[in-house]
Design a protein around this ligand. Structure first.
Ligand SMILES: [Zn+2]
Ligand SMILES: [Zn+2]
Length: 86
């Protein structure tokens, strides 16, 4: 699925998004996301890979919930919300 991000862009590198649709690390849109915790806090794929590279996939940086690195998924709801967001 290709989602156009044009409508979210305010200026170079700046997005205007509801909080639950943005990455908790870089604040970019969660098009390709990884859900970290049972509270469904999510980061984008790029941030997730960076976190994993630094061995930081242990607890959610928002709620401090433990991250089960063997049981991660992406949120289809977030992707759908982004797709429908006007
Ligand atoms: Zn990110
Ligand atoms: Zn969390």
């Amino acid at each position: 699925m290709v989602i156009s991000l044009d409508r979210f862009i305010l200026a170079e590198g700046q997005f205007e998004l509801p909080k639950h649709l943005e990455c908790i690390v870089c604040l970019g849109p969660l098009v390709d996301n990884v859900v970290l915790c049972k509270n469904e806090h999510a980061v984008c794929r790029g941030c997730f890979e960076a976190m994993r590279g630094r061995g930081m996939v242990k607890q959610c940086s928002l709620c401090m919930e433990k991250i089960d690195a063997n049981n991660l998924s992406s949120s289809k709801v977030i992707i759908r919300a982004l797709d429908e967001y006007e």
